[in-house]
Design a protein around this ligand. Sequence first.
Ligand SMILES: [Cu+2]
Length: 132
Amino acid sequence: MTGKSLRTVGFSLLMVFILAVAACNGDDDGNGAADDGNGNGNGSVTIETPGMSFEPDEISASAGEDLEITLDNTDGQLHTFTLDEADFEIEADGGESESGTLSVPDEAGEYEFYCSVPGHRESGQVGTLTVE
Ligand SMILES: [Cu+2]
């Protein structure tokens, strides 16, 4: 009888241990996801310019955060990433890649970014930054 009780206690402890380990793993996963979420696009984004366009042409960020933007110009001519509201512009020659840190506006909303090379914005080289 005593032996059976001990075995029951032992089994219970084992179950508690397993549940504790499972709970810890759950926390780790949660933290990892939270970190990714805080980054909101990981705090950096790469935008390609294969032509008179941006890929992606829709990005999002948290109000007030620093967002590192890499302009990967896979086209054969100069393009820029320009956001007037943040007084921000990076330019990359054809085949080159340039990075800069954008201070995301403090006010939530949609902001248009564009290429400031004459004629490009008019040709539709625009995109939207959504600030949340
Ligand atoms: Cu352009």
